[in-house]
Design a protein around this ligand. Sequence first.
Ligand SMILES: *Cc1c(COP(=O)(O)O)cnc(C)c1O
Length: 387
Amino acid sequence: MADDLITVTRPSLPDLEKLQPLLEEIWKSGRLTNGGRFHEELEARLCEYLGGVEHLSLFTNGTIALVTALQAMRVTGGEVITTPYTFAATPPHALLWNKLKPVFVDIEPDSFNLDASKIEAAITPPETTAILPPVHCYGTPANIDEIQRIADLYGLHVIYDAAHAFAVRYRGGRSLLEAGDISVLSFHATKVFNTFEGGGALILKDKKTKQRVDYLKNFGFANETTVVAPPGINGKMNEFQAALGLLQLEKIDSDIRARQSVYRKYREELMGIEGLQLMEEPVNTEWNYSYCPVLVNESFPLSRDDLYSEFRKQGGILVRRYFYPLVSDFPMYFDPSAVFENAADTAQRILCLPIYSDLNDEDFGRIISCLREAANGHHGGASGRGQ
Ligand SMILES: *Cc1c(COP(=O)(O)O)cnc(C)c1O
């Protein structure tokens, strides 16, 4: 049974033989962390690869990078506008770690991104200090022009949680990561570009901010004896992960092409199934096909949750309800008077189907036949498959 499971994603890894010589180099040098050769090289290579990025600082993971981004911008008090439709532990948790109050604003029904037209109503000067972090949800660009216009008008910082947006380009090939004051990347195992568990980066606008961030991720040490405020944290990426990252970068383009072909096969198949709505590829964008989000509409015979269970029961297929429940429904954030209609509706209907670069035809076929059976009303019994 375990061999039969299809998971929602599968990390892409380089050939193990390619890693061996890099590990030997690390062993020989005796340098495991603190800005070693592979760390420096990965920072430089990522700047090149991402396009138009000049200042980047590697991190131990996306969450610590997010926490540090707020400190780098000196967002130290008040309220911060953010989205309820995001991964559980971030970004609101990053706000709480910094003793900031999240103020949730609803999302757009199609892009699943923060609805910029609802931001101004949520701003309460002088408490509001930043807009953060509008997630480029599933890699689809947020409404960056309008968000920047509002931020400029009210003097707010904008920090993008770009954990979904690795390698996404828009408007004639420019990096999406140049939007806002800072963009935050995650290289977690489940992301398009991974450096094992852990790994992340901040994309910064200038050398001075990069310097400050480099101090902050090293406990705030500017040199052996000087520590700068605020306290700083241990957020450094180690040499092993950086070496792995260099190998991952060699095949990221082919991984994304493979994901694109899976996505387009889904699109063809789903066009023939009433009641399932695959997310549209964003226009004028080189997308990264990081997720395969499908809305389960009223006209589908099963509810989203029943379809979710059916996948598990019949096919051993572990689809995921990204993002459900809403972060704003967690006890530490819950406010009974706040209603986020689009976010709540999306969270009830969304289902992310398996997508990864080496999803093979056989497994793809199993996913589609499970969908078809559910669509034709054949469900609820044991099919025998994977039982
Ligand atoms: C993965 C993710 C993060 C950060 O995750 P880490 O595991 O800490 O690297 C942040 N925001 C979103 C939206 C994510 O999907």
